[in-house]
Design a protein around this ligand. Structure first.
Ligand code: ZN
Length: 149
């Protein structure tokens, strides 16, 4: 049966800094991230199913990405663990939402992180097809399952 791709687009605001980078991105700065999540699968053909005709309920995809990515990373700071966080992290609540990673928080690494999060939570019959992560209107990273083989 024919496979169909579904895409849902999410947006969140976050700051990051690239550890040891040889340019302006060494400094904490913000991005309006836009994340397009594309899944692929076959339509539900069970006549009495409330999901008849759907590959996946957009609402389920929305809940996964909203809860695990958007709500977690929106209005937060994304940093490499090599940064000396203790030098500025204190009781001030403006530092409450810092995420420290084992990797440099580039668009490339963030998209790989998001792939791992989303993959685990998709229903069995649905495959993650691709992700597209915009840092700016003109700069984005893409991940395609088919590229990984
Ligand atoms: Zn940046």
């Amino acid at each position: 049966m024919t496979k169909i791709r579904l895409t849902k687009i999410f947006e969140f605001e976050a700051a990051h800094a690239l550890y040891n980078y040889d340019g302006l991105c060494r400094n904490i700065h913000g991005h309006s991230y836009k994340l397009a999540v594309t899944v692929i699968g076959k339509q539900n053909t069970e006549p009495n199913s409330p999901k008849l005709g759907m590959v996946m309920d957009f609402g389920i995809l929305k809940n996964i990405v909203k809860e695990k990515i958007v709500d977690k990373f929106d209005h937060s700071i994304l940093l490499n663990k090599k940064e000396n966080i203790n030098s500025f992290k204190n009781e001030n609540p403006m530092f409450n939402r810092i995420h420290v990673f084992d990797f440099q928080p580039t668009a490339e690494n963030m998209i790989l992180h998001f792939v791992e999060i989303i993959k685990k939570l998709l229903p069995e019959n649905i495959k993650l097809h691709s992700l597209k992560l915009h840092e700016t209107a003109s700069s984005y990273a893409e991940w395609y399952a088919d590229d990984q083989i």
